[in-house]
Design a protein around this ligand. Structure first.
Ligand SMILES: C[S@@+](CC[C@H](N)C(=O)[O-])C[C@H]1O[C@@H](n2cnc3c(N)ncnc32)[C@H](O)[C@@H]1O
Length: 316
C-alpha cells in the first residue's frame, strides 16, 4: 500500500503543480476555478481499484484529507503571506477535503464507464472550486485579500549570501547558537550556516522537510524553543519575515501588534548577554522605546530606500 500512497500523493502533487502554475488571478477567491491536470482522469480510471482499496483502509482517508489540507494551506500562505488561518479556518478546510474525498470515493465505487467517470470528476472538481471560493471569502483574514485579482503579494526565499549582506552580519563575529525565525520552507540560511560549522536552527510555519534543526512552528507561539539552552541564543535572525509581519500588524486596523510586540520582547530576552537580534526591515516604532541601558540599537540603511536593517545587542 506504500506504493499506492506514493502514487496517490504524486497525483495530488501534479494537480497542485498544474493549478499553481496558472496566473495568480485565476486562484483569486472571486475567480478560482480548479482544473484537472490533463492525464489525471485516465490515471485515476486505470488505477481505480487500488485507489479505492487505499482510501478504504483504516487511517488512509484521514491521511489523504490532511495531506490535501496542508497543501492548500501552503498555497494560501504562498499567495498572501499576511493571511493567518485560525484553527477554525483550518478545521473548515479539513472538512471540505473530507467531503471532497468522500465524493471522489463514491464516484469511483459507482461509476464503471470511463467517459462518465471523467465527466463526473470534472463536476465534483467544479463543485469543490465553488465551495473553496466561498471558503476563501469567509475566512477570518478575508479583508486582506486584495479586491483586485491582479495585485500580487510577493513572498520569496532569498539566498544566504543576500540575507547576510542585507542584515550586515559578519560571520567571523557570529555568536552561537543561532536561531532563524521565519527561515523559509527550505531554511537556506540555516543550512548554509550549519555547513560552515555553526550551531544553527530555524523555525517557520511552513517547513518542507522538518528535522532536528528545522522545525515547523508559529513565531507567536515559540515559548519552548526560546527556552532552548540555559545560556540563551547568541544570535537571532529574521530576514524579511517576523518584522515584516510586525509592521503589517502595526499598520492594519484589525491587526494584533501587541502579540508581535510581546514576541519581539521575548526574543530579546532569550538572547545571552552580548548576543544580537538581526532583522530587516527595521522597526522604528518599537526600537525607539528600548532601554538604552539594556540594549544597543545599530541601524544599517538599505541602498536608497527609507528601509533599514537592525542589530539589537543585549547589553545586560
Ligand atoms: C519572505 S519569507 C522569508 C524567508 C527567509 N527568511 C528568507 O529571507 O529567505 C517569510 C517567511 O515567514 C514565514 N512565516 C510567515 N508567518 C509566519 C508565522 N506566523 N510563524 C512562522 N513563520 C511564518 C513564511 O512561511 C515564510 O517562509
Amino acid at each position: 500500500m506504500v506504493a499506492v500512497e506514493e502514487f496517490v500523493k504524486k497525483l495530488v502533487d501534479l494537480q497542485y503543480q498544474m493549478n499553481c502554475s496558472r496566473a495568480y488571478w485565476e486562484l483569486h477567491p472571486h475567480t478560482l476555478q480548479l482544473r484537472l491536470s490533463p492525464n489525471l482522469p485516465d490515471q485515476i480510471c486505470r488505477n481505480k481499484k487500488n485507489i479505492l482499496k487505499y482510501i478504504s483502509e483504516e487511517g488512509n482517508c484521514e491521511k489523504l484529507v490532511s495531506y490535501l489540507t496542508t497543501r492548500t494551506i501552503q498555497v494560501i500562505y504562498h499567495l498572501n503571506q499576511f493571511i493567518n488561518l485560525s484553527i477554525f479556518d483550518k478545521a473548515a478546510l479539513h472538512q471540505e477535503y473530507s467531503l471532497f474525498i468522500n465524493q471522489l470515493y463514491n464516484l469511483l465505487s459507482q461509476s464503471n464507464q470511463v467517459t462518465k467517470l471523467k465527466d463526473e470528476l470534472h463536476r465534483i472538481l467544479s463543485e469543490h472550486s465553488s465551495r473553496l471560493r466561498s471558503y476563501l471569502q469567509q475566512i477570518q483574514d478575508r479583508e486582506i485579500i486584495p479586491d483586485d485579482p491582479q495585485q500580487l503579494i510577493v513572498c520569496s526565499q532569498y539566498s544566504p549570501e543576500f540575507q547576510l549582506q542585507m542584515l550586515g552580519i559578519d560571520l567571523t563575529e557570529l555568536w552561537e547558537p543561532v536561531l532563524d525565525i521565519g527561515c523559509g520552507t527550505s531554511g537556506n540560511l540555516v543550512t548554509y550556516l550549519r555547513n560552515q560549522g555553526f550551531q544553527a536552527y530555524g523555525i517557520d510555519r511552513n517547513i518542507e522537510k522538518a528535522d532536528s534543526y528545522l522545525k515547523e512552528a508559529d513565531w507567536l507561539e515559540l515559548t519552548d524553543i526560546l527556552q532552548y539552552g540555559r545560556s540563551g541564543w547568541g544570535t537571532i535572525i529574521s530576514h524579511m519575515a517576523f518584522t515584516n509581519h510586525f509592521i503589517h500588524h502595526h499598520m492594519r486596523i484589525d491587526g494584533v501588534p501587541e502579540k508581535y510586540a510581546k514576541a519581539y520582547m521575548s526574543f530579546l530576552l532569550s538572547l545571552r548577554k552580548g548576543g544580537s537580534f538581526f532583522y530587516a526591515p527595521g522597526l522604528p516604532f518599537i526600537e525607539d522605546l528600548l532601554s538604552e541601558q539594556q540594549y544597543e540599537v545599530k541601524r544599517k540603511s538599505i541602498k536608497t530606500h527609507t528601509l533599514y536593517s537592525t542589530q539589537i545587542i543585549k547589553l545586560h
